[in-house]
Design a protein around this ligand. Structure first.
Ligand SMILES: Cc1cc2nc3c(=O)[nH]c(=O)nc-3n(C[C@H](O)[C@H](O)[C@H](O)COP(=O)(O)O)c2cc1C
Length: 368
């Protein structure tokens, strides 16, 4: 199939991307004490050289003592970590790429298998990570206020360091999503409530603060997921009406692009239409959207954590939806872990050399 639609430029505010392919944010845990190394910079630069249009960094945490459960996940605060990130973005720009950091607070977490723990308990809306699992404390009013400020500080730093956009991690049952989800947000104050729009107040205040810090012209992406790691079939918004009531206030607060996380991009969001999450988000908000989930691969990513390999698969269905105008951008995860040149190979239709994905790629920063 003709894949020209993937190789059209995309322009929005601060973004000038040469094609429609985005590197999905992927935690690598190769940043000791939170500081991205020269090898991390080389890893991102290689993907930009391999013609990725927009790179989203692995999740990188804000300045809250318990925003991370892993000592090797990069910080987005502190002189050394920010100097590491400056090195990353300069390298990406030198070879013509664009990039945004994925700004993250994990919220209530399981303890990491390494045994490392932050010096204060994890914090979240109600101390819960999933039904019946509490591992931290309920945030006070001042914790919430300070956390919103810390998101804004990270956003200001992203712009100051020269990044082209930023993404807020509002998906996968981390802090922002823990406020969205009724099972993890049991609050009875203004930060909780029976409806999803009520439980969106935290996200809205974060977005407003971030917008205030970066100004009107800097592109803000938010990543959202209906599913939760504890329940893949869960939907925060059960109908298009509920989705509209959830997303439009986020757009009004300052979101430019919705990054709609699915495990398989072809799965319809609601009965009666084949539109996926990104398709509905674009239709309901009029905003640009990013789709993601098993693009070009036979298997999905959570099975990959359990060691499952994936083979290359056809892009025909993706391109059919893109040509129909369902979404603007396409994020690709695992194929880019294994192969920095995946995008170039797709553009050149060099399909015989596609590598697929094997779990070995999780254990290293593949540079060739
Ligand atoms: C190793 C690994 C780490 C990931 N870390 C993150 C992350 O930090 N933030 C995030 O939003 N998603 C994360 N994800 C999910 C990916 O961004 C993406 O949504 C998922 O892999 C599906 O895309 P794929 O099928 O192309 O791999 C991670 C996925 C993998 C494989």
């Amino acid at each position: 199939m003709n894949n020209d639609s993937l190789f059209r430029p995309f322009q929005l505010k601060s973004l000038n991307i040469k094609n429609r392919i985005v590197m999905a944010p992927m935690t690598r845990s190769f940043s000791p004490d939170g500081v991205p190394t020269a090898k991390v910079a080389a890893y991102y630069r290689k993907r930009a050289e391999g013609e990725v249009g927009l790179i989203l960094s692995e999740g990188t945490v804000i300045d809250r003592i318990s925003s991370s459960n892993d000592a090797n996940i990069p910080h987005f605060h502190g002189e050394q970590a920010l100097a590491g990130w400056k090195n990353v973005i300069d390298g990406v720009h030198q070879v013509g790429g664009e990039m945004g950091p994925q700004i993250w607070h994990m919220g209530i977490m399981d303890n990491h298998h390494s045994g490392w723990l932050p010096s204060e308990p994890f914090e979240g809306p109600s101390g819960l990570n999933r039904p019946g699992f509490s591992n931290g404390r309920t945030m006070t009013e001042s914790d919430i206020a300070d956390t919103i400020v810390a998101f804004g500080k990270a956003a200001a730093d992203a712009k100051r360091l020269g990044f082209d956009c930023l993404e807020l991690h509002g998906a996968h049952d981390y802090l922002i999503d823990q406020f969205f989800w009724s099972e993890t947000n049991k609050r009875t104050d203004i930060w909780g409530g029976k409806t999803l729009p009520e439980r969106s107040k935290f996200a809205i205040e974060v977005i407003k603060e971030v917008r205030k810090q970066v100004g009107e012209d800097f592109a803000i992406i938010i990543r959202l997921s209906q599913w939760k790691p504890a329940d893949y079939t869960y939907k925060l918004a059960k109908t298009p009406q509920e989705m509209e009531a959830w997303l439009n206030p986020l757009a009004d607060a300052g979101v430019d692009i919705f990054h709609c996380s699915q495990r398989r991009f072809w799965e319809p969001e609601f009965d009666g239409s084949d539109l996926n999450f990104a398709g509905w988000a674009k239709k309901l908000t009029g905003k640009a959207t990013i789709t993601v989930g098993s693009v070009g691969l036979t298997g999905e990513f959570l099975a990959a954590f359990a060691g499952e390999s994936s083979q290359p698969s056809s892009l025909d269905e993706l391109i059919r939806r893109m040509d129909r105008g369902d979404f603007d951008l396409v994020a690709v995860g695992r194929p880019l872990l294994s192969d920095p040149n995946w995008v170039r190979k797709i553009r050149e239709k060099d399909t015989k050399d596609l590598k697929g994905f094997t779990k070995e790629a999780l254990a290293e920063l593949v540079l060739e």
